[in-house]
Design a protein around this ligand. Structure first.
Ligand code: FUB
Length: 323
């Protein structure tokens, strides 16, 4: 009897200890930052560090419309300790651009960092539709300094088979080193090959057919499958399709993230960092947040045994510290 009581006491102590240890694990928290307001995340991993590139919502509380002039970079070695490196790119850095620093995407290639960004063109003859064009800035380090890589946009309203709203570029360097740029909004998605110099198209702009696509494409590859995730419908959920080729055909798979309270836009990035999969998105979760005052969040992304992405469980605790 004495022995049983003793074992029971040890068991209880072990359970209590493991519960405390669990509570001791630090978490990122969501939204990640109380200030500045951040939106439209893009991420890359370099030298064991995760770099987060975001847009910046500057609209006043209670006013409508996006007011976005600059992009920030943040970094973390462990998902919990974040450094705000400040504004690293803005509309003024591009002579050809006038306004609207919408969603960009930074990728590494040839030892350099290429930050693709959409903005409204300042040349009225180039503004045939909504006037957005996509350019690229380059740097030798993820944190910059960045400078316009070619002095002109890669895609504009005047590009053959471009779309009404040329925004939300995502660039993917494939295993055979071929570079692709996808972009799109208002239910239209496009893909084009880029030359090795990362600044010019290499062939025609093709139409991408992905069920329910609205905007915000993001490509990632897992094993031999390409995953194309995107904002679907408006107000947007995040949904995805898969293919064995980046050129498609894309097979619809389902919803990753439900619509967000108080933000019709839903813009995601997906990455594996130190063995963990992450879903990075924005919400309107700060006390003075709203559709034009968004904030970046991070939650766990999980696959089932068939490689299907499970629906994201959004949290306010965020993700645990990684070593
Ligand atoms: O932030 C401006 C626009 O809203 C982005 O380009 C879209 O993806 C949506 O998030």
């Amino acid at each position: 009897m004495k022995k049983l009581k003793y074992s029971l006491a040890i068991l209880i102590a072990m359970v209590l200890f493991s519960a405390c240890a669990k509570n001791d694990v630090k978490h990122s928290g969501n939204p990640l930052f109380k200030s500045p307001l951040t939106a439209d995340p893009s991420v890359l991993v370099h030298n064991d560090t995760l770099y987060l590139f975001t847009g910046s919502d500057e609209q006043e509380l209670g006013k409508d419309g996006f007011l976005m002039k600059k992009w920030y970079i943040f970094s973390t070695p462990d998902m919990v300790n974040w450094t705000n490196h400040g504004v690293k790119l803005q509309v003024e850095d591009f002579e050809w651009a006038a306004a609207n620093a919408f969603a960009g995407h930074c990728v590494e290639n040839h030892g350099k960092f290429w930050w693709y960004v959409p903005m409204v063109h300042n040349d009225s003859t180039a503004r045939v539709n909504e006037g957005f064009a996509i350019g690229v800035a380059v740097a030798n380090h993820p944190l910059g300094p960045y400078k316009d890589a070619s002095g002109k946009p890669i895609i504009a309203d005047t590009t053959k088979n471009s779309i009404v709203l040329n925004i939300d570029p995502t660039v993917y360097v494939d295993d055979d080193k071929q570079v692709y740029m996808l972009w799109g909004s208002w239910n239209e998605a496009r893909i084009v090959k880029l030359k090795d110099n990362m600044t010019e198209v290499d062939g025609p702009v093709e139409t991408v057919h992905a069920k329910n696509f609205f905007e915000a494409p993001w490509i990632h590859k897992r094993n031999d499958t390409y995953y194309l995730s995107y904002a679907a419908h408006y107000p947007s959920t995040t949904e995805y399709s898969t293919s064995k080729s980046i050129s498609g055909p894309w097979e619809y798979q389902g919803v990753i993230n439900d619509t967000l309270p108080n933000s019709p836009t839903n813009h995601q990035a997906i990455i594996n960092f130190k063995g963990n999969d992450y879903f990075i998105y924005h919400n309107a979760g700060l006390p003075d947040g709203g559709p034009f005052r968004r904030s970046v969040c991070i939650d766990k992304l999980e696959y089932d045994e068939n490689g299907k992405i499970k629906k994201v469980v959004r949290t306010t605790t965020g993700v645990p510290e990684v070593k």
